[in-house]
Design a protein around this ligand. Structure first.
Ligand SMILES: Cc1ncc(COP(=O)(O)O)c(C=O)c1O
Length: 469
């Protein structure tokens, strides 16, 4: 067993035809090399170990290896065994295409992306280590659909303290990001007979798609300098509304306090549900943080948040504070999807929040993003003084109103030619009327590029505008 396939650290699915074992082994290995499942440099098990694993004669495996060596798919070096050859594997169509796709856009300035290079690796590693060291065996089985108890308690404490949410641990449901929460809540609303949901006229198309997939019809609400026009909820006949009250995405305006009051009145008098997407509420730079809307109407509001900004989308954890009226339906919807959030990651996040590490990450990033926003404004004032930076001093994106006569599509194309990926505001519009209602404007996510490439990204934005003039 010293050198079998499993002990070599690799696992490869080889389905052999029992009547033609040797030929099917040869075909399986050749296909796996060609389609990239076996990567360049991968060391194959010894012929003896593979023969024993597959129940065929060792000589047969030696012959297969020799044929693949002869074809140039494998290489054999004394002392390092038989490996997949470099040249062929890297020339395979699929891996080549992947490299091209990911290297085409070197700078990603799409709205909403955080700086992945800022992920607090050591703090997360320490939290993971502690969580695993302390985990009972039972906690490593299938966890409860609402999330693990330590994380729900840690989130309740954090959200009450940092965002003013009215919450007990029992109200918290942990999900795979805000995206999953939105889908579950939408299905719960539809299951209660809901049909229409108001959405801000600008937002993520993917969120509108999630609502539609759950059977709800999105109804756009105009967005102006006070945020979404919630006065229209009364006669719009909607059952619910999805909003980003702290920092409208992507226009960057907060919902005014008069509109927050009006929204709470609508929810309470019309029996409507408010889904509050508090995706970057922690990142306000002007010291005038507004708490979550949820505290004004806790029985009618689903508050949603995510670890995607303060940590990373790779953590894959979001949360909802769900009022009793929807809780059973949301959990039932989750059971029906068969999904569950990774229990070890949840335990680690509970440790991180409990140790103050999550707060530290928020504070570090707030400082970093504030500095970037200021630098972006200063560089634009120099490099493109006739373009206007708009949106609250908050979050990780802003709007850039283009100089007269410059079109969004031309700036997108000029940016792409410079390896820059970003979108015009029209790409976020819920309908054609909204898309043509404002002057040409870009949505610029200044969060994603690592510090080292930030200046290059800003220079590329300015160059793209100049090229589109
Ligand atoms: C407006 C908005 N809401 C929510 C999210 C978070 O989504 P998730 O938790 O699914 O990563 C994002 C992320 O980009 C966002 O831009």
């Amino acid at each position: 067993m010293a050198d079998d396939w499993a002990n070599s650290g690799l696992d490869l699915l080889v389905v052999l035809d029992p009547r033609h074992k040797v030929q099917s082994l040869e075909r399986a290995l050749r296909d796996a090399i060609d389609d990239g499942s076996l990567r360049a440099g991968t060391r194959l098990p010894s012929s003896r170990a593979l023969a024993a694993d597959l129940g065929i004669a060792r000589n047969s495996v030696v012959e297969v290896y020799e044929r693949l060596l002869g074809e140039g798919r494998l290489e054999a070096r004394v002392g390092s065994g038989t490996r997949v050859r470099e040249r062929l594997a890297s020339a395979s169509a699929s891996s080549g295409a992947l490299v091209n796709r990911s290297t085409r856009f070197e700078l990603d300035l799409r709205g909403g992306l955080p700086d992945a290079s800022a992920f607090p690796r050591s703090a997360w590693l320490a939290a993971m280590r502690q969580a695993l060291a302390e985990a009972s065996s039972a906690s490593l089985g299938y966890g409860p659909p609402e999330g693990v108890a330590p994380l729900r308690a840690a989130l309740a404490e954090y959200l009450a303290r940092a965002r003013g949410v009215r919450v007990q641990a029992d109200d918290v449901i942990v999900t795979h990001g805000f995206g999953e929460l939105l889908g579950l809540v939408a299905r719960a609303i539809a299951a209660r007979g809901g049909r229409r949901i108001a959405v801000e006229a600008y937002g993520h198309a993917s969120h509108r798609e999630v609502l539609q997939a759950a059977g709800l019809e999105p109804v756009p609400l105009a967005v102006d300098a006070e945020g979404a026009d919630v006065a229209r909820l009364h006669d719009s006949g909607v059952d619910a509304v999805l909003l980003t009250p702290a920092h409208q995405f992507p226009t960057g305006v907060p919902l005014s306090s008069a509109r927050r009051t009006a929204l709470a009145e609508w929810a309470m008098t019309a029996g409507g549900i408010v889904i509050e997407d508090d995706y970057d509420g922690e990142f306000r730079f002007d010291g005038r943080s507004i708490g979550a809307f949820q505290s004004l109407a806790p029985d009618a509001t689903v508050y949603g948040g995510t670890a995607s900004k303060a940590l990373s989308p790779a953590v894959g954890i979001g949360w909802g504070v769900v009022p009793p009226v929807l809780r059973d339906e949301v959990l039932a919807a989750r059971r029906r999807t068969g999904a569950a959030t990774d229990a070890i990651g949840q335990a680690a996040l509970a440790v991180l929040i409990g140790s103050g590490g999550y707060d530290r990450s928020v504070r570090t990033l707030r400082t970093r993003y504030r500095a970037r926003r200021e630098r972006f404004e200063a560089r634009l004032a120099d490099g493109a003084p006739d373009a206007r930076v708009l949106g609250l001093a908050a979050g990780i994106h802003c709007l850039l109103e283009l100089p007269d006569g410059v079109r969004e599509a031309d700036v997108v194309a000029a940016g792409a030619a410079r390896g820059l990926r970003f979108d015009g505001l029209a790409a976020y519009a819920a309908d054609a009327a909204t898309a043509s209602s404002r002057p040409a404007t870009m949505v610029v996510g200044f969060g994603a590029p690592p510090d080292l490439r930030f200046e290059q990204a800003v220079a590329a934005v300015i160059a793209a505008i100049d090229a589109a003039r």
